[in-house]
Design a protein. Structure first.
Length: 274
């Protein structure tokens, strides 16, 4: 009778250990950015759907109220265009900048970032998904504000389709800034404060006509991401819009959006590992 070692048998102990080692070495494929982004976006959209009506009500009627107040001061012309365009983009600033800063500030303080850190999703997907979900709520309010402003000030509605580009580009720039403020703030109270200050800056520097501002304030206005979305939208109210300048403003908005979202992604990684 021949004796065969147990480790060479198919069901031997060493063979089982080797198979377990091989199985443990095989890792799941890394999650790709786009499917992860879509999953986070849908989750955030369903989560924030409960607060959709209050958000739309507050953001929209705030901007419409500002236009009604400015109607007694501004008659028409370039100042009316600035008021309507600034009020429309203010809806985006209220949600994408102010509320997103508060959301990420509370998420960091409550330990919610630890939950996202355990998921097999890239950090950019978390930031972009949340930013996109919050920015999506601004679409109806921005359109309603723009139409109401055109009726109040007698402006043409021919080129309102440009909001298709203004809303996502200005929303990306402001959402990235809001997410970065919320993630970098040491406490959620500071995140709320920074979000409110950012929205106030968008209100004062975006709605008020630039011609009436001092030179120093104009320089500060040029540093605000939403300014270029306001300028692009305001130019389309003219009889013959200069589309080269409109595209230039939108391009600046897009570049600022990429930079601000990159900074927000870095801030997320920095906050998640602490």
């Amino acid at each position: 009778m021949s004796v065969v070692p147990a480790d060479v048998l198919p069901g031997g102990a060493l063979a089982v250990e080797e198979q377990g080692a091989v199985g443990a070495a095989e890792l799941a494929p890394k999650a790709r950015l786009w499917p992860s982004l879509v999953a986070v976006y849908r989750a955030q959209l369903s989560r924030a759907r409960i607060a959709r009506i209050p958000l739309l009500f507050v953001a929209t009627f705030q901007s419409i109220g500002i236009m009604i107040l400015m109607r007694g001061v501004v008659d028409g012309g370039g100042e009316a265009r600035a008021v309507v365009a600034g009020s429309a983009v203010l809806v985006v600033a209220f949600v994408a900048l102010n509320l997103l800063a508060q959301y990420f500030g509370q998420l960091r303080a409550s330990g919610g970032l630890d939950h996202y850190a355990t998921l097999p999703v890239p950090p950019a997907a978390v930031v972009l998904g949340a930013a996109g979900a919050y920015a999506s709520f601004t679409v109806p309010g921005t359109v309603v504000t723009a139409v109401t402003g055109c009726l109040l000030f007698g402006l043409p509605m021919t080129h309102l389709w440009v909001l298709v580009a203004v809303i996502p580009l200005a929303g990306a720039a402001l959402a990235g800034l809001g997410a970065a403020l919320g993630l970098l703030a040491p406490r959620p109270e500071f995140a709320t404060l920074l979000g409110q200050l950012g929205m106030s800056a968008a209100l004062l520097l975006g709605v008020l006509p630039a011609e009436r501002m001092p030179e120093v304030v104009r320089l500060a206005r040029d540093l605000l991401p939403s300014t270029y979305g306001v300028e692009a939208f305001a130019r389309t109210f003219g009889d013959r819009p200069d589309w080269a300048f409109v595209l230039g403003d939108l391009a600046v908005c897009a570049v600022v959006g990429v930079i601000s979202l990159a900074v927000a992604t870095w801030a997320y990684r920095r906050a998640a590992v602490r």
